[in-house]
Design a protein around this ligand. Structure first.
Ligand code: FES
Ligand code: FES
Length: 169
C-alpha cells in the first residue's frame, strides 16, 4: 500500500501530495481531508472514476493503488502520497481498448455507465489475481460494486469473455 509520510494531520491542514496516475505525476498541496477520489477527479482532472455514495458502498470510485484495488472514497489523498495509481483512463493503450473494455462493449455490459469504471477496475484486479475465474469467483470479485441499472448478468458475461481472451493483460 501507499507510503505514508504523515503520522498525524489535522483535517484542514495543508499537505503536499504527489502521486503517479497512469504513468504521470500529479503533485499538489491540498487539505488533509481531501479524499483520493477528489484528488483524482479535481486535481488530476480524470473524471472517469465516479462518486456514487462516498461511503464505501457502491464501488464506482474503484481504482488500483500500488497494485491493489481500492475504493478511492475510503482513502485520504495524503495516504496515497508516493503511490502509483491506475484509473480507468489508463486501461487502454495505443488507442486500443483493453480486452475488458472490449468485452463490456461486446456484451452490452453497461446501461447508464455510472458504475462502469469501477466495475472495470474491480474486474481488472480480479483477472490480475485470477486470470481464469469461475462464475462464482467473478460474482465474489465484483461483490463490492453496485450497478443501479442491475446489468449484472451481462457484466459477468463480459468478464468471462475478457478472461477467455487474456483480459488480465
Ligand atoms: S463512491 Fe466510493 S464506494 Fe461509492
Ligand atoms: S450501468 Fe448504470 S449503474 Fe451500472
Amino acid at each position: 500500500m501507499a507510503v505514508q509520510k504523515y503520522s498525524k494531520v489535522e483535517p484542514e491542514e495543508n499537505v503536499r501530495v504527489s502521486v503517479k496516475i497512469n504513468g504521470r505525476v500529479y503533485a499538489e498541496t491540498v487539505e488533509a481531508r481531501m479524499l483520493l477520489i477528489d484528488f483524482i477527479r479535481d486535481v488530476a482532472k480524470l473524471k472517469g472514476s465516479k462518486i456514487g455514495c462516498d461511503t464505501t458502498s457502491c464501488g464506482a470510485c474503484t481504482v488500483i493503488v500500488n497494485g491493489r484495488s481500492v475504493k478511492s472514497c475510503t482513502m485520504f489523498a495524503f495516504e496515497a502520497d508516493g503511490a502509483e495509481i491506475l484509473t480507468v483512463e489508463g486501461l487502454s493503450a495505443d488507442d486500443k481498448l483493453h480486452p475488458l473494455q472490449e468485452a463490456f462493449w461486446n456484451n452490452h455490459a453497461l446501461q447508464c455507465g455510472y458504475c462502469t469504471a469501477g466495475m472495470l477496475m474491480s474486474a481488472y484486479y480480479l483477472l490480475k489475481k485470477n486470470p481464469h475465474p469461475t462464475e462464482e469467483e467473478i460474482r465474489k470479485g465484483l461483490a463490492g460494486n453496485i450497478c443501479r441499472c442491475t446489468g449484472y448478468i451481462n457484466i459477468i458475461k463480459a468478464v468471462k469473455e475478457a478472461a477467455s481472451k487474456g483480459g488480465s493483460a
